[in-house]
Design a protein around this ligand. Structure first.
Ligand SMILES: [Zn+2]
Length: 488
């Protein structure tokens, strides 16, 4: 039967590095790109006798994430040892949470603003097209990192013990696009909440994908195939598309489905058999005798007091209060730093939409062109506000403002200084403007003819000619008025 007739069911297990100062169970600093094994101590190296100490901020951040996703935090959570051997985990167990996680329930909202086709019908007013329910969010520690060089391997324990938040969705995702939307949405929420940088390229967010297919909605879910450790949204998409096709092909041939873990090779674009899936009891989880269960009440109350505004709430507010289009609001809230920059520049502006246009059309274009991050942006929010104010007040023309902006971007100069230095002023004086108008009318009798014959739009060409004659300094609004009067 055609692939489109099969029903895929997809679930995600998303691992996120929390942005704490130190590791989950020791005081080692969290940082990326340091010399191998320079951020280690007896605890994160798993030396005998070393004891773990809880990182309270990691607990707060996980509870905060749960609250932002509408989840609940049970009164007590506990820590368990998940036992398995791997060279980059010398304790031979990982501290995790087995049956009493920190957070249960909740959902990740999906938006389709970044997708060419709507993901699902019926977006709400806040742009949410659907919510993927969560099973749980728990906290654990990351392992070290193995690097393989030909015949030998290197082990770096700087990553060992990094607080790792695992967000587990219900198998409620239907397509590769929806999985990408879930990851994009979660990433944005985590970044806005300051919980993680969630940079997939740096391994700060990784994803296991579970995929099964069945022939009809009445059938039980098919055997679950797990794809481990995907590290980009593009890889997640490709892996899901491939796996759905592979499983449908097997079902078509009558091959019985089996639960398994497969390895995804993104370069070759295919998955391969890794191992039959261990059942949960293979890990022989048991409560960690070194760590007491945690009563969460005080933290839950504390976190409730510091809930940040979610990206979609911010978009809705900018559309409602600033008169931005949903597209503008989406661009400006892509990153918290950009949203903050826009709001500073627009503070007190008569037309926030004009400020948004300058950022989207001029600033982002130039930053992108020169591959400059927003953090090194030479135009301060105050300078941009001042420039937009000069245009709105009619002190300089739009064309002049673009030149001023180019100078501000190149040298970081203040707009008033550039205007003064270049002798930019807008000509609004009727006497001077009349001169340009008469000069242009005399030079273009053909155009005047066409306007008189009813081609009203041709007047814009004349406005353009007057602007040119004035060296871009004429006030275009006044020029239109004078031309209309002269042609009447
Ligand atoms: Zn350590």
């Amino acid at each position: 039967m055609p692939i489109a007739d099969y029903i895929p069911t997809i679930g995600l297990e998303i691992h996120v590095h929390l942005k704490t100062k130190s590791k989950m169970f020791c005081g080692c600093a969290l940082s990326y790109g340091e010399a191998p094994n320079s951020r280690t101590c007896p605890t994160c190296l798993g030396l005998p006798g070393a004891l773990p100490v809880l990182n309270e901020e990691a607990i707060r951040m996980t509870i905060l994430t749960g609250q932002l996703l509408g989840a609940t935090t049970p009164e007590v959570c506990k820590w368990d040892r998940k036992n398995y051997f791997y060279a980059d985990m010398p304790k031979n167990y990982q501290i995790s949470q087995y049956d009493q996680p920190l957070v249960v329930g909740g959902a990740i909202p999906m938006y389709d603003q970044y997708f060419p086709k709507p993901l699902r019908d019926g977006a709400g007013e806040d742009g949410v097209v659907g919510r993927i329910p969560l099973t749980r969010i728990h906290l654990e520690e990351d392992a070290g990192k193995s690097t393989h060089f030909g015949a030998s391997s290197g082990l770096d324990f700087n990553r060992a013990g990094t607080p790792l938040m695992e967000v587990v969705t219900e198998p409620a995702i239907r397509t590769a696009d929806e999985a990408a939307a879930v990851l994009a949405s979660l990433r944005q929420i985590l970044v806005f909440a300051g919980v993680s940088d969630a940079d997939m390229e740096r391994g700060q967010m990784r994803c296991d994908v579970n995929v099964s297919v069945r022939k009809s909605a009445g059938d039980p879910l098919g055997a679950k195939v797990e794809l481990k450790n995907l590290n980009s949204v593009a890889a997640v998409r490709r892996a899901i598309v491939f796996e759905i096709e592979r499983q449908c092909g097997e079902l078509d041939c009558g091959i019985p489905q089996r639960q398994e873990t497969r390895r995804w090779d993104d370069d070759r674009g295919e998955s391969s058999d890794m191992r039959g899936k261990e059942d949960a009891h293979d890990y022989r989880d048991f409560p960690d005798p070194d760590l007491l269960p945690v009563r969460t009440g005080a933290w839950v109350a504390e976190v409730r007091g510091r809930l940040p505004e979610l990206p979609h709430a911010r978009r809705a507010r900018l559309v409602r209060d600033h008169g931005l289009t949903p597209y503008d609001a989406g661009v400006l809230t892509a990153e918290p730093a950009l949203a903050a920059y826009y709001e500073e520049a627009a503070a007190g502006a008569a037309k926030p939409k004009a400020v948004a246009n300058w950022i989207i059309n001029e600033l982002l274009g130039r930053l992108n062109e020169q591959q400059t991050p927003l953090a090194s942006n030479p135009v301060t929010s105050g300078a941009l506000r001042e420039l937009v104010g000069l245009v709105e007040a009619g002190a300089i023309s739009g064309a002049q403002a673009k030149e001023v902006f180019a100078e501000m971007f190149a040298t970081g100069a203040a707009p008033a200084a550039v205007v003064r230095e270049r002798g930019f002023t807008q000509v609004s004086d009727d006497g001077a403007l009349e001169g340009f108008v008469q000069q242009v009318l005399a030079a273009h009798p053909d155009l005047v003819e066409r306007i008189r014959a009813g081609e009203a739009k041709v007047v814009n060409v004349l406005v353009g000619q007057v602007m040119k004659a004035s060296g871009g300094r004429a006030n275009p609004k006044r020029v239109s008025e004078l031309l209309a009067r002269a042609l009447a």
